[in-house]
Ligand binder design. Structure first.
Ligand SMILES: [Zn+2]
Length: 497
């Protein structure tokens, strides 16, 4: 809760005026805080009259556009090409892959009628696009020179989520990128899985400052149709993890189903090896809010903020024209540095402007008034540290932006590191989860034999086995605390969204 008290004039009795930003602070009640901040910062409007669907307002869209660009640049750098596939998928396509259809059918929105005509075949609003893309891949891919085929699309997908929906984090319509790749060999496909995790690292962690644990999911928690799935779990202050981009090693099962074959160098017809990857922008925006936001509003990394520096002119009526004119010069100069900036010329008090842009999470604010023009020193407000400094050269703004992002990332890294607790007994596990931590435990197996123990965790602790580290080998030495059998894995257990 943020209280802004007005300065009292000495000798004069004044009623206390308090400005309350959020009903509950982030630390007090993260869930409440989150629901409030996404609306107050005008990211989304929840009043649309369809459950699970939200309106993305300009501030969210502009932020997501930057995120899309970052991901697409990284994917293209790694040899992916963009494509746009139809959003409707014939039911017969979906039915081809048994496991896939079983996994997704309960979540599909169906189109059954067009105008007054009842359709002969139901059409699925894509919940994901394997069954739209792979029939085309079987036409496109002929010989080994057509491989690798690395295609992605930016798209909306629709899933009829039956769990409680939450804005950004769990909606029935979301915005994502899906990458679908085909390779001649298993080795290349498995290398792609690592490359996808690197893409998540380069964008989500390095640029957005959101740390994650790359976890190989247990056999019972995989994408329908995958041989294995690596999820990227981010962490929220209420002790829950959120699955962010996941990447799936699909093996050749889809290739066999959709007949995606190529003539290899040895003249033999072979099935391709496939992977798919799906960073969801709207969800990552949710993690961005959760990770960096504070009790004054959003805190956006310099790299992604739609406006990186807001210029607030400070003037009296008689100096207004002159100051605005100077601000415009400064704005142009900052733009030539490649920085997204604008002047807030609205006819409201500077204090109100400060409050507004702090809520929006703009990292840096330049305050320019008579004094700044005289001294040739600029007053720079730094959002995350809530402090003002003086800078002499506008060129220094870039450096300030970089420092800003590094601070956000370091803080978030340290937060998730401290959240991981080693637990050897059920009591320790219980305590860790109650204290809103991620538990690291030794566990019998992430293959089928581990299911009973995982179910115990779910039933007794309302938490989930999220998987084993994919980025490093962690060796178990003891026994599983549930079944007493030899522990083969070190797993991470957490509550989740
Ligand atoms: Zn066990």
């Amino acid at each position: 809760m943020v209280k802004e008290q007005k300065k009292e004039v000495p000798g004069k009795q004044q009623p206390k005026q308090e400005k309350i930003t959020f009903q509950k602070s982030k630390e007090q009640d993260f869930s409440e805080w989150f629901s409030e901040i996404v609306e107050k910062s005008e990211l989304v409007d929840l009043r649309y009259n369809l459950k699970g669907f939200v309106v993305f307002r300009p501030w969210a869209v502009r932020t997501i556009e930057v995120m899309y660009d970052l991901f697409e640049q990284e994917l293209q750098k790694k040899g992916h090409e963009p494509c746009w596939f139809p959003s409707l998928i014939p039911e017969s396509n979906l039915k081809k892959e048994a496991e896939h259809v079983e996994g997704f059918t309960p979540q599909v929105f169906w189109v059954t009628q067009a105008g007054n005509t009842i359709l002969d075949e139901k059409l699925a609003m894509r919940p994901t696009s394997e069954t739209a893309m792979y029939p085309m891949y079987s036409i496109w891919i002929r010989g080994y020179s057509d491989l690798p085929l690395k295609i992605y699309q930016r798209a909306q997908v629709w899933r009829y989520e039956t769990k409680a929906t939450r804005p950004l984090l769990r909606s029935r319509e979301f915005y994502w990128i899906e990458g679908h790749d085909c390779f001649a060999t298993k080795e290349e496909a498995e290398a792609q899985v690592l490359e996808d995790i690197d893409t998540t690292e380069k964008v989500m962690h390095q640029k957005l400052g959101i740390p994650f644990l790359p976890l190989r999911r247990p056999a019972w928690d995989m994408f329908p149709g995958a041989i294995y799935t690596i999820g990227s779990d981010t962490f929220t202050p209420d002790g829950k993890v959120i699955q962010q981009p996941s990447t799936h090693f699909l093996s050749q099962d889809f290739a066999k189903t959709f007949n995606i074959k190529f003539k290899d160098k040895d003249g033999k017809d072979k099935y391709v090896w496939q992977t798919c990857y799906g960073p969801a922008m709207s969800r990552i925006l949710g993690s961005l809010v959760a990770t960096h936001g504070d009790n004054k509003g959003l805190v956006l990394p310099f790299y992604v903020s739609p406006v990186q520096i807001i210029i607030v002119p400070i003037y009296k009526t008689e100096t207004k024209e002159k100051i605005i004119k100077e601000c415009k010069k400064i704005e142009e100069e900052i733009k030539t540095l490649g920085i997204r900036t604008k002047i807030d010329e609205k006819d409201v008090s500077p204090g109100n402007k400060f409050y507004f842009w702090e809520m929006k999470g703009i990292p840096l604010r330049l305050e320019i008034g008579e004094q700044e023009l005289k001294s040739k020193e600029y007053t720079l407000y730094i959002r995350d540290e809530n402090k003002k400094i003086k800078i002499k050269k506008l060129e220094d703004l870039k450096k300030q932006g970089e420092l800003f992002d590094k601070r956000l990332k370091d803080k978030a890294d340290s937060f998730i590191e401290k959240a991981i607790v080693n637990c050897k007994t059920k009591d320790e596990l219980k305590k860790a989860l109650e204290n809103k931590k991620i538990a690291r435990i030794e566990f019998c197996s992430i293959e089928k034999p581990g299911i009973p123990c995982a179910e115990t965790i779910e039933k007794d602790f309302n938490a989930f086995v999220r998987g084993v580290r994919h980025d490093k080998k962690e060796q178990a030495k003891g026994k599983c605390m549930f079944c007493g059998k030899k522990a083969n894995e070190v797993v991470y257990v957490a509550k989740s969204y």
